[in-house]
Design a protein around this ligand. Structure first.
Ligand code: NAD
Ligand code: ZN
Length: 385
């Protein structure tokens, strides 16, 4: 089959001779991919920031597909179903899954102490091949994969596998109260959705910070946010203090993660020398721009083993810090309702559509943020077969 093949940092190929996946366990399904997406999280892999990303892996954790085969224990999914597949691989029955912490399943990546199981996310994420391919093996097939509701736009369906619930959870983790000022760092797909959903929780003011003018412009239109370029500020923290009567924001959301820019020191230690797990500049800005007693929501990804963090500010300001991988399955019913009732049309963020064969170009453009790209969609050759 045709599939993305990781050859090392900044080197990926579309290979035509990859073996098709097979059922390995009675609870597996095989899915023929109809759409997949590239995520900001894939860029951390592409840039070589995620430990144990092995040559030969196929990435891709945001995909929809047609069920082609099911294992003998699969009861709910049927051959022919068109499903959206949440990025978390979850067993559905461990204590964490029972608490709806589907991003923290205890079984899907049992040897890891922190990280759950994810499609196409290095051996750090369990070593499962992902959906930037024609076919994928989907474990625990009855737990998370969900039949796409009748009448839903297929591009909205694939966005439900990650960014839509992720943006929502970013806002939810912020514990936003009516009238709150919410600052979102990062105007990528996740930050844009977090900013848009902040209003759903009653925010009174939503401010987005990034360095890419085209994304700031998009944030104004799509998320109805004030949007500012940190390259035009002496110090983003001072700027945000001034913008909030020197109190600080009620809630800050880090929707950037370990691939941040904005600090030479963080870049050298985090991305150059790999002395820490990437660049934590957005997190520092979030901690220093939030009010005393405020909440910082971390949705941007940071990997093992650790980052330098401003502990003294967190402690002395009395901050609450909440982070997690999105629990996609928990949020799906609510997100489906928001889309079907027209309150949000997330496909507006899909700016580029590539045939799967052109995946190297898609990664390069998304990594370098060329051509005003926001979210790239991949279409495999057998999408409609
Ligand atoms: P993206 O690369 O498209 O967007 C990141 C944006 O951050 C870019 O526009 C970039 O210019 C901006 N940026 C860089 N440094 C900044 C700084 N210091 N301050 C403000 N903005 C800055 O990525 P995305 O797809 O939107 O993903 C964003 C983050 O969310 C990534 O870390 C990704 O791994 C993470 N993510 C988390 C989950 C989860 O479940 N927790 C799910 C999906 C994605
Ligand atoms: Zn993702």
């Amino acid at each position: 089959m045709l599939a993305m093949n990781f050859r090392g940092p900044f080197q990926i190929r579309a290979d035509r001779n990859r073996p098709e996946p097979e059922i390995k366990h009675p609870m597996d399904a095989i899915v023929r991919v109809t759409r997949s997406l590239i995520c900001g999280s894939d860029l951390h892999l592409y840039h070589g920031l995620v430990p144990d990303t092995r040559v030969g892996m196929t990435f891709g954790h945001e995909f929809t597909g047609i069920v082609e085969a099911v294992g003998s224990e699969v009861k709910k999914l049927k051959v022919g179903d068109h499903v959206l597949v949440p990025f978390n691989i979850a067993c559905g029955s461990c204590p964490h899954c029972k608490q709806e912490l589907f991003g923290n399943c205890h079984e899907a990546n049992a040897e890891a102490t922190a990280v759950g199981g994810f499609f196409g996310y290095a051996h750090t994420g369990g070593g499962y091949d992902g959906g930037q391919a024609e076919y994928v093996r989907v474990p625990y097939a009855d737990v998370s994969p969900t039949v796409i509701p009748e009448g839903m736009d297929p591009e909205n369906a694939v966005l439900l596998t990650d960014v839509v619930p992720t943006g929502y959870q970013a806002a939810e983790q912020g514990g936003i109260q009516k009238g709150d000022t919410v600052v979102v760092f990062g105007a990528g797909p996740v930050g844009l959705l977090a900013a848009r959903f902040a209003w759903f929780f009653g925010a009174g003011r939503v401010i987005v910070i990034d360095e890419l003018e085209y994304r700031l412009e998009f944030a104004r239109k799509f998320a109805f946010a004030e949007a500012y370029n940190f390259r035009e500020m002496d110090d983003p923290v001072v700027f945000l203090k001034k913008a909030t009567d020197y109190f600080g924001a009620d809630v800050c959301i880090d929707a950037v993660g370990c691939d941040a820019t904005g600090s030479a020191f963080q870049n050298i230690t985090g991305k150059g020398l790999l002395l820490q797990a990437g660049n934590a500049t957005a997190f520092h800005w979030a901690v220093n721009s939030v009010k005393k007693g405020g909440i910082v929501s971390i949705i941007g990804v940071y990997g093992p083993p650790w980052n330098l963090v401003p502990l003294g500010s967190i402690m002395n300001k009395g901050l609450t810090i909440r982070g997690n991988q999105a629990s996609v399955k928990r949020l799906l019913p609510k997100m489906i309702d928001h889309i079907m009732s027209g309150r949000i049309n997330p496909k507006e963020i899909i700016t580029h559509r590539f045939p799967l064969e052109e995946i190297p170009d898609a990664y390069r453009m998304f990594s370098k943020k060329l051509d005003n790209i926001i979210k790239p969609l991949l279409i495999p050759p057998r999408a409609n077969a």
